[in-house]
Structure formats: structure tokens, C-alpha cells
Design a protein around this ligand. Structure first.
Ligand SMILES: Nc1ncnc2c1ncn2[C@@H]1O[C@H](COP(=O)(O)OP(=O)(O)O)[C@@H](O)[C@H]1O
Ligand SMILES: [Mg+2]
Length: 284
């Protein structure tokens, strides 16, 4: 197993022998089959895989919103909690489409998980939410706006502030830059990079966007054939022979990724040393 030097902290998320099977009218649909993955403290681990390979379901299982049919998920050594304000203290999630409450203004959206706990006075909660609003790069004047009056990029930032309200050590991002224009996506990547560094976060991110992938990841895990077939640096992953990887990284749009690897614009931590041993596909 190859780990990024300096990024290989203690395991924070451990997924073992995980099966996810959904009952459908046509019979059982196996989404994950005996999937293993370890996510270490301080990593930005990106999950890539074709549409419908179970990336979102895996994030929801780490969050504790869904439970595997078989196998175990542990976060900080324990099974993830049910979705509750307490669980939000360990894991924050940025949902794919922002998912703000349309009836609440910006500040009340951010404050929501903290209000649910019912332990802090309202002024403290407001202040905490305002701090988070500024942390995601938004001016306090937006605090009273309704989600309907925000741009797509602002919705993502507010949703991110809400995900961070309880200062969780683990942040899950489901396609954080999808739907943003290139400039908005770059800005959001800069924000995420800064927060990862300043808050010492561990991040698990699903993304289809190669720029976001190479910009932020310290390690890439590929979901195919119902499991994580390879996890490692970009070099490790690209060297792994599999039709999905070939198409994803070496097909039309992937060419740019290869060029980036060779011209050095991929962070050294992700590119890995040339000639590095390929990552084992056994994640343990
Ligand atoms: N609650 C559910 N009940 C039945 N099938 C589901 C449920 N959630 C997800 N699925 C199915 O599981 C597969 C993986 O879904 P998902 O994790 O959303 O994929 P993606 O990798 O695109 O994020 C899809 O075929 C989806 O239809
Ligand atoms: Mg998804």
C-alpha cells in the first residue's frame, strides 16, 4: 500500500467487507460487494467511479444515514451515529445539491445542527453561524438572505458552513464543484484547500471533475466492479489496468490529466515518486 508521505495519519474511517444490496422489483441489486477502504487522518481522499457505482451511498453510510447490508463502517473507532445533531459533531457532509432548507434564511440554515442540540443560548449560536459564514468567504450581509436569492456557488458555501458548524474532524463532499462554472469551481477548490489546511480536516470527496480531483486530492480511490479496485496516488491509479480507469484518465478529457502529471502541475504529493510501486488493491 502506498501512502502519501506525511499524510498517513491514524485510520479515521475503516470500511471492512462492506456489502450494499437493494431489493428491487427485478431482484436484488448489488451495489457494493466486499468493499474495503481505510481513510487516514489528514487525507483528502477522492472517490471516483462511474455513475451509479454507489459513491453517494458510501458517503451516506459513513455519515450514518444508511447502513450496509453486511460488513462494517467505523468512524473514529465507532459505528457512525444515526443522523442527528450529535452525529454532525463527528462528520459534516456537503450534499450533492446543497440541500438548504428553503424556508430558512442563510444564518438559520447554518445554525440548524447547533440549534437541534438545544444546549447553547441563541446569541452564541448566531455568533457561531456568523463565524462559519465568514470562514466560507461570505460577507455577513448575506446572513438574512433566503436560499432562493443565492447563486449556485453561494448555496454551496452556505451548505459547507452548515456542514462545519459543529467543527467535525471529518468532512464528506458529494460532487462539491458540480454545477459551478470553471471560475466558481476554482474558487471553491481554493476555499476547500484552505479549510483542509487550517482546520486540519480529513476529507472524503466524490468528484467527476478532473481539475478538482488533481487540485485537492492527496489520494484517489476508484470504485468499480462493486469495490475499491485501487487506491493511491494519481500515478498508481493511472497505472492500474482497468477499462474504467483507461476511459476516465486516458480518454479524451483524461489526456489533460496525463499532461498535468508530466508537466508537474499535479501536486507532488498526489503524483507520487516516479517508479513507485503500484498500490495494492487490497486496502488493508
Ligand atoms: N435507497 C435506495 N434504494 C434503492 N436503490 C438505491 C437507493 N439508493 C441508491 N440506490 C441505487 O444504488 C446505486 C448507487 O447509487 P449512488 O450511490 O447514488 O450512485 P453514484 O455512484 O452515482 O453516487 C444506484 O443504482 C441507485 O439507484
Ligand atoms: Mg452520487
Amino acid at each position: 500500500m502506498t501512502f502519501t508521505p506525511g499524510a498517513a495519519g491514524a485510520p479515521l474511517v475503516e470500511i471492512r467487507n462492506l456489502w450494499t444490496v437493494f431489493q428491487t422489483p427485478d431482484g436484488d441489486q448489488v451495489v457494493h460487494r466486499d468493499l474495503d477502504l481505510t481513510i487516514r487522518r489528514g487525507e483528502v481522499l477522492s472517490l471516483v467511479g462511474g455513475s451509479g457505482t454507489g459513491k453517494t451511498v458510501l458517503l451516506r453510510q459513513i455519515l450514518g444515514l444508511e447502513h450496509p447490508s453486511k460488513g462494517t463502517v467505523s468512524v473514529l473507532g465507532r459505528a457512525p451515529g444515526q443522523f442527528s445533531a450529535k452525529a454532525a459533531a463527528n462528520v459534516g457532509m456537503l450534499f450533492q445539491h446543497g440541500a438548504l432548507f428553503s424556508a430558512f434564511n442563510v444564518l438559520d440554515n447554518i445554525a440548524f445542527p447547533l440549534r437541534e442540540l438545544k444546549v447553547l443560548p441563541d446569541e452564541l449560536i448566531r455568533d457561531a453561524a456568523l463565524v462559519k459564514l465568514q470562514m466560507v468567504g461570505l460577507d455577513p450581509k448575506h446572513a438574512t438572505k433566503s436560499p432562493a436569492d443565492l447563486s449556485g456557488g453561494m448555496i454551496k458555501r452556505v451548505a459547507l458552513a452548515r456542514a462545519l458548524i459543529m467543527d467535525p474532524p471529518l468532512l464528506l463532499l458529494d460532487e462539491p464543484t458540480a454545477g459551478l462554472d470553471p471560475e466558481g469551481a476554482d474558487g471553491f477548490c481554493d476555499l476547500l484547500r484552505g479549510l483542509h489546511r487550517e482546520l486540519g480536516l480529513t476529507v472524503v470527496m466524490v468528484t467527476h471533475d478532473l481539475d478538482t480531483l488533481f487540485d485537492l486530492s492527496t489520494r484517489i480511490a476508484v470504485l468499480a466492479d462493486h469495490k475499491v479496485i485501487v487506491a493511491g496516488t494519481a500515478r498508481d491509479v493511472i497505472a492500474y489496468p482497468h477499462p474504467f480507469i483507461h476511459e476516465y484518465f486516458l480518454g479524451g478529457r483524461g489526456k489533460r490529466a496525463m499532461e498535468a502529471l508530466h508537466d508537474g502541475s499535479v501536486p507532488a504529493s498526489l503524483a507520487g515518486p516516479a517508479g513507485d510501486a503500484p498500490a495494492s488493491h487490497n486496502e488493508r
